[in-house]
Design a protein around this ligand. Structure first.
Ligand code: CMC
Length: 435
C-alpha cells in the first residue's frame, strides 16, 4: 500500500503463515492510517513504536502539519496568514470553535477573556510559598495545578458549560500567572491586569510596569508578542499536547491536565529549546567559533546538539521560524538594537549549517526556537521566562485538544502497551540466602 494513497481501503499483515486484513482510514489531507485498534484481539500481538514516530494517537480536526513541505495549518488556515492578518484571541477562538469568529463573536470572546484575567486574591499568598530563585516554570506548574483548588465550579468535565468556563479561565489567567511568576522572581510587586489593553499589551504591562510609573506599551513590541503567541498556539500531537490528552483521558480536571502539559513542555528537547538555543548562542559568542560548535554537533560521541535546529516533524524549514526571523528583525530595529552579537552568531550559524552536508542530509533546519530567544531577550525577558511564554501561548492548543478529546465519543483512557524484556517468573529468595 502506498503510504500517501488516500484511496487504499485496507492493508495486509502477514506473520509466518497467517495473514490479517487491517482497515485503512484516510484523513482529509496527509497520510492515511492503518487502524490497528483490534490488532491485539485479532492477533495477540502489539505494535512497537517508541516515541510514537509512526503512530497516530487520536483523530483530530484542529491542526495539520506537513513536515516535508513546511506547512502548518490551524483549522485549515495557513499559519503565515493568521500571523500576518489575525490576532491571538482570534486564533484562540478558531482553535477552540473550529471557525474564525464574526465581528460580534470576536467582540464577545475578547470580552469574556478580558473579564477573567484576574486571579483569586489568595493566589498571591500561594506564590509567597515559593523561593524567589525558583525557576518560573516550576512556579507555573504549581500555580496552574493549584487553579483547580481555587475554581471548583469549573472542574466537572461532563458539563459543557463548565468545560467552556475552564477554557476561558485558563486562556485569560495564564498571562496573569506568567507575569506574576516573573515579578515574583525579581522581587517586584504584582501588576493587576488592565481591561482596556489587548491580550499581548496587557501581558507586557503586567511584566514590565511598576506601580510608581506610567507604562506605555510599545505597539510594535505588542504586535510581535501577539504574533509569537499565534505561532506557538498549537502544534498537533507533540509531547506536551499528548501529555495533556493522556492526563485528561483519565477524567482529570482541565487545570491539572494543563499543569501536566507545562511540566512536559519544560524539557530542553521541547519548549525548553528556546532557552537552550539562546544559551548556546551566548556560549558560541562570536561567529569565528561556529565551526568548532558545528563540529561538535556532528560528532556522534559528543552529546552536544545545535539547539533550535531539527524537528521531529519538519524535515524542511519550520514555517514558524521564517515568521519568527522576520519578527526578530522588526523588534530589534524598533528597539534600536543595531548590532546584537547573538543575532550575528545566529544568522551565521544558520548560513553555515544550511550548507553543511550533515545538516542537509539529515534535513535539520532552524525551528521556531532558533530566533524566538533573541527576540524575547530584546523585549526584556530573561531566558528563564522563555518557556513560560511558550506555555502561555500553547495553553489554548492544549485546551482545544483536551476539549476535542473529551467530546470524542470514541475516547478511552490512554493506556499504551509494552514489549516486556525483563526477567521471566522466578521465586522470591529470603534475604539471608541471597548472594
Ligand atoms: N544537532 C545535531 N544533530 C541533530 C540535531 C541537532 N539539533 N537534531 C537531530 N540531530 C541528528 C541526530 O543526532 C540524529 O542523527 P543520527 O541519525 O545519525 O543518529 C538525526 O539527526 C535524527 O535525530 P533524532 O533525535 O532521531 O530526531 P528526533 O525527531 O527524535 O528529534 C529533536 C527531534 C527536535 C528532539 C532534535 O532535532 C533536537 O534535539 N533538536 C534540538 C532541540 C530543539 O531545538 N528542540 C526544539 C524543537 S521545536 C519546538 C517544539 O516544537 O517543541
Amino acid at each position: 500500500m502506498d503510504a500517501k494513497n488516500q484511496t487504499a481501503k485496507s492493508a495486509k499483515l502477514a506473520v509466518e503463515n497467517e495473514q490479517w486484513e487491517l482497515a485503512v482510514r484516510p484523513g482529509t489531507i496527509g497520510p492515511s492510517v492503518i487502524d490497528i485498534s483490534r490488532l491485539y484481539g485479532d492477533t495477540g500481538m502489539f505494535t512497537y513504536d517508541p516515541g510514537f514516530t509512526s503512530t497516530a494517537s487520536c483523530e483530530s480536526k484542529i491542526t495539520y502539519i506537513d513536515g516535508d513541505e513546511g506547512i502548518l495549518l490551524y483549522r485549515g488556515y495557513p499559519i503565515e496568514q493568521l500571523a500576518e492578518h489575525g490576532d491571538f484571541l482570534e486564533t484562540c477562538y478558531l482553535l477552540l470553535y473550529g471557525e474564525l469568529p464574526t465581528a460580534a463573536q470576536k467582540a464577545d470572546f475578547d470580552h469574556r477573556v478580558t473579564r477573567h484575567t484576574m486571579v483569586h486574591e489568595q493566589m498571591l499568598r500561594f506564590f509567597q510559598g515559593f523561593r524567589r530563585d525558583a525557576h518560573p516554570m516550576a512556579v507555573l506548574v504549581g500555580c496552574v495545578g493549584a487553579l483547580s483548588a481555587f475554581y471548583h465550579d469549573s472542574i466537572d468535565i461532563s458539563d459543557p458549560h463548565q468545560r467552556l468556563v475552564a477554557s476561558i479561565r485558563m486562556i485569560a489567567k495564564m498571562p496573569t500567572l506568567a507575569a506574576m511568576a516573573y515579578k515574583y522572581s525579581i522581587g517586584q510587586p504584582f501588576i493587576y491586569p488592565k481591561n482596556e489593553l489587548d491580550y499581548a499589551a496587557n501581558f507586557l504591562r503586567m511584566c514590565f510596569a511598576v506601580p510608581t510609573e506610567e507604562y506605555k506599551v510599545n505597539p510594535v513590541v505588542a504586535r510581535a508578542m501577539d504574533r509569537i503567541f499565534i505561532l506557538h498556539a498549537d502544534h498537533e500531537q507533540n509531547a506536551s499536547t499528548s501529555t495533556v490528552r493522556l492526563a485528561g483521558s483519565s477524567g482529570a480536571n482541565p487545570f491539572a491536565c494543563i499543569a501536566a502539559g507545562i511540566a512536559c513542555l519544560w524539557g530542553p528537547a521541547h519548549g525548553g529549546a528556546n532557552e537552550a538555543a539562546l544559551k548556546m548562542l551566548s556560549e558560541i559568542g562570536t561567529p569565528d567559533r561556529i565551526p568548532e560548535f558545528v563540529k561538535r554537533a556532528k560528532d556522534k560521541n559528543d552529546p552536544f546538539r545545535l539547539m533550535g535546529f531539527g524537528h521531529r516533524v519538519y524535515k524542511n524549514y519550520d514555517p514558524r521560524a521564517k515568521i519568527m526571523q522576520k519578527t526578530c528583525h522588526e523588534v530589534l530595529s524598533e528597539l534600536g538594537i543595531k548590532d546584537d552579537p547573538l543575532l550575528d552568531v545566529a544568522m551565521e550559524l544558520e548560513r553555515v549549517a544550511l550548507q553543511d552536508d550533515y545538516f542537509v542530509e539529515k534535513k535539520l533546519y532552524p525551528n521556531i526556537d532558533f530566533y524566538s530567544g533573541i527576540t524575547l531577550k530584546a523585549m526584556g525577558f530573561p531566558t528563564s521566562m522563555f518557556t513560560v511564554l511558550f506555555a502561555l501561548a500553547r495553553t489554548v492548543g492544549w485546551i482545544a485538544q483536551w476539549k476535542e478529546m473529551i467530546e470524542d465519543p470514541h475516547q478511552k483512557i490512554g493506556r499504551p502497551r509494552q514489549l516486556y524484556t525483563g526477567a521471566t517468573r522466578r521465586d522470591y529468595v529470603a534475604i539471608s540466602r541471597r548472594k
